[in-house]
Each structure stands twice: as structure tokens, then as C-alpha cells.
Design a protein around this ligand. Structure first.
Ligand SMILES: *[C@@H]1O[C@H](CO)[C@@H](O)[C@H](O)[C@H]1NC(C)=O
Length: 418
């Protein structure tokens, strides 16, 4: 008797496993991943509910299954875009419409067939990815078989370094090498002037003009490309994006950038460039001498906001704070994503909340979140519309200024570098 029970139990386990394999094989076939990923590495079983109800094609259930699959099969780079997609009501409505249309057209045939259900889910996983982030499937560092999918179809990448830095600094060289290695695409750091000194002493307008000329001269940036700005480089990147006409920026990414301005500068203690800078700073934030320096372009004293509006040599225009330039709004709405990295322990960008477009309320020390500022409430740059479309990705990193690990680059940056 006991032996029989044992055998029965064993055969049940086997058939369940076969069922799961049929299902997972279906998912991988549907997602066109069958030759790239071993179904057995996925630890996913359809719920009992699935098996009893024969895979009801209800939209809500379908979405839950999609998410479970991405989690359990460790499709990490699918998970984030899908999560983003799910937080955008508009995009979810669009996806659901597609789903209902497909159902109406009879594209959900025999759902009692577990392999078929898997295939349909797999195909929809791909469809979702396409809607959320076309490249997201290409990269996963935990499953080498998915890495094999990475090809040179990633767009070229251009990045700008931070203040007092140069493209030849080892950290920027390493950053470029890493992206090149992971994405197999063209990556370059465009230098302005002589690097470190010019980043402080050249006005933001001059920096952006020079950058624009250099970008336009590089044949790799004639088509669509992804643009990254690190720290002050984010101001340069935004300047190039908004002022350099004819460029096709796909995703714009700022990493620890003072996009709403700064009201203090970290001390600048050594060398001639610092003494010029410090002398100019003593003349006042809105003196023409200070405005003519790189950082002068984005200094914003909340106690002199009206002076800032009048005298700011760069940021007030860039942020549409003085008057609305519809072209800027149209440009932002044309982006795939605007990804903003914020570092919780940042002591270089003051206030650090600027990295997510937060800032002090005028004449006060009250910190306003990105969605409480005049800029957002009055929709100066169309951020409300971008949010409605799920185009702004606010990424929080619990570390000091621009202190990203390789894992964080993999997880939060690579997916947006298609
Ligand atoms: C701002 O956004 C946060 C987080 O998304 C939300 O909790 C808060 O209610 C929003 N505030 C306003 C004024 O919309």
C-alpha cells in the first residue's frame, strides 16, 4: 500500500513538472527566447487557479502572470519596464485595449492548452517590453544566456562629465569602457575646452555651443542616440538637447545633476581656477562675472528669485522659468524617457533634491518636492504630461554624489540605453 502511494506521489510530481516545462517552453517560444534561455532555469509554476480555470483570459490575471514570470524567471530588465508600464494608467489602458482587441479577433484560441497559454504570454511579454522599453530584453547580467541577445543594435551614447573633471579622468574612462563593453555600441565623452578648467571658467552658453558643434561633427550622432549628463554635465546635456537643433535624442539621462539649480557651491580650495571662481563668487551670484562662469549658469538663490529670473545666464531660460518656449516642451515630450538619478547622501549638489527637480520655496527654507514647485505646478517643461505618459523615471540611489556601483548601472541605467 505504502509503495503504491509513494509511486503515485512521484508520478504526480513528474507530470506537474512536465506541465510547467510545457508552459515555460511556450513562454520562451512566444517571446522568441527559446534558443537563448533554458526553460529549466525558470522557477515558475502557473497557480492552481490557472489549472482549474483553464487560463481564463481576464486582463488582470494576465498581467499578474506576466509579472510573476518576469520575477521568477529573473527577467530583471523586463521587470522594471513592466513595473513602469503598470504605474502609467495611460499606457496600461493602451495595453489593455490591445489585449481586448486581440481577444475580439480570436487571438486567444485554446487556452486549456498550457503550452499555448505560455506562448501567448511570451508574445505579450515582448509586446509589453516594446511598449515600455524596446531594449529591455537585451540585458541581464544574471543570466548570461540573455546577455547573448545583446547586439550592436543599441543606440550610440554620448555623455558629458562633471565639473572640474575631464573625459580622460579614470572614472569617466571606466564609465565609457563599461557601457561600451556591456552594450557593444559607440560611446563617447565629448570634451569641452581643456576639460577641468573650462568646466569652471567657461560660461554654460559657451560650453553648450562648443559641445553642439562637436556633437554635430561626429557622424555617430547624426541619427538617434542616448544622451547622458553626469553632475554638471547634466546641465550641459540639457543645454545641448534644448539648444542644438536637429539632434535626435532618444533618452535623456541625468546622473546627480543640479537640474533645478544650486544655492551653494562646495568649497573650491586649490589652484588658480578656484581663486578666479572664488573671487567671482564674492561679487555675488548674479554679478555678470559670476554668471559668466560655468556654475554661474545654474545658481539659484531662493531669496533672490526675482533677480535670478532677470539675471540668470542659463538655467532660467533652460527651465522655461522666465517665459514659456513651446519648443522646449515639444522636445521633452518627444523623448522616450527622461531618467533622473538622485543620490540621497549627496553633499556636492546643494540642495540635492534639485536632482529630481525639487527646490526651496521662494524666500524660505521649505523644500518642495518636484511636484510642488512652480515649475511643475505650472508645467513649464511639460513634466506633468511626461509623467502622465510614464516618461520620467526618477531613480533613487542611497549613496553619495554620483556614486554608482556596476550593479546599479546594470539595473537602473543600461535598460534605458537601447
Ligand atoms: C507628489 O508626489 C508624491 C510621490 O509621488 C505624492 O505622494 C504626493 O502626493 C504628490 N504631491 C502633490 C502635491 O501632487
Amino acid at each position: 500500500m505504502k509503495a503504491v502511494l509513494f509511486l503515485c506521489a512521484l508520478s504526480f510530481v513528474l507530470s506537474e513538472k512536465t506541465l510547467n516545462n510545457q508552459f515555460l517552453t511556450g513562454v520562451l517560444e512566444g517571446a522568441d527566447l527559446i534558443s537563448k534561455v533554458d526553460a529549466l532555469t525558470c522557477n515558475y509554476s502557473p497557480s492552481d487557479d490557472d489549472q482549474e480555470n483553464k487560463f481564463t483570459s481576464a486582463w488582470e490575471k494576465f498581467v499578474v502572470d506576466l509579472v510573476d514570470i518576469t520575477v521568477n524567471c529573473k527577467f530583471e530588465y523586463a521587470l522594471r519596464p513592466i513595473t513602469n508600464l503598470r504605474t502609467s494608467e495611460k499606457m496600461m489602458a493602451k495595453a489593455q485595449q490591445k489585449f481586448e482587441d486581440a481577444k475580439a479577433k480570436g487571438q486567444f484560441p485554446v487556452l486549456s492548452d498550457i503550452n499555448m497559454y505560455g506562448k501567448i504570454l511570451g508574445a505579450w511579454l515582448t509586446e509589453f517590453m516594446r511598449m515600455a522599453s524596446p531594449s529591455a530584453f537585451k540585458f541581464s547580467y544574471e543570466s548570461p544566456s540573455i546577455v547573448a541577445l545583446a547586439d550592436s543594435s543599441a543606440l550610440p551614447i554620448l555623455f558629458f562629465h562633471g565639473i572640474n573633471g575631464a573625459c580622460t579622468d579614470s572614472n569617466y574612462v571606466e564609465f565609457g569602457d563599461y557601457l561600451r563593453e556591456q552594450l557593444g555600441t559607440y560611446v563617447s565623452c565629448i570634451e569641452i575646452g581643456n576639460g577641468a578648467q573650462s568646466s569652471i571658467l567657461m560660461s554654460m552658453t559657451d560650453q553648450v555651443n562648443e559641445a553642439c558643434t562637436k556633437v554635430k561633427a561626429d557622424p555617430n550622432y547624426q541619427g538617434s542616440f542616448n544622451l547622458i549628463g553626469i553632475s554638471q554635465g547634466g546641465i550641459v546635456a540639457r543645454g545641448v538637447f534644448q539648444h542644438c537643433s536637429g539632434l535626435q535624442v532618444n533618452n535623456l539621462i541625468t546622473i546627480g545633476s543640479p537640474v533645478m539649480g544650486v544655492n551653494k557651491f562646495p568649497s573650491c580650495e586649490f589652484g588658480i581656477k578656484c581663486s578666479i571662481y572664488n573671487n567671482a563668487a564674492r561679487l555675488g551670484a548674479y554679478s555678470s562675472a559670476f554668471q559668466a562662469l560655468g556654475p554661474g549658469g545654474y545658481v539659484k538663490d531662493q531669496y533672490q528669485y526675482q533677480t535670478y529670473l532677470k539675471k540668470s545666464s542659463f538655467l532660467a531660460d533652460l527651465n522655461n522659468e522666465r517665459s514659456i518656449n513651446q519648443d522646449y516642451i515639444d522636445l521633452y515630450l518627444s523623448l522616450g524617457y527622461f531618467v533622473q538619478f538622485f543620490f540621497t547622501q549627496d553633499t556636492i549638489v546643494i540642495p540635492k533634491q534639485s536632482e529630481w527637480f525639487g527646490y526651496f520655496k521662494e524666500n524660505s527654507e521649505i523644500m518642495q518636492a518636484y511636484n510642488e514647485t512652480l515649475d511643475y505646478v505650472n508645467n513649464y517643461l511639460g513634466a506633468q504630461n511626461m509623467d502622465a505618459e510614464g516618461k520620467i523615471i526618477r531613480t533613487l540611489i542611497e549613496a553619495g554624489h554620483c556614486d554608482l556601483t556596476h550593479e546599479q548601472v546594470n539595473q537602473y541605467l543600461i535598460p534605458y540605453l537601447q
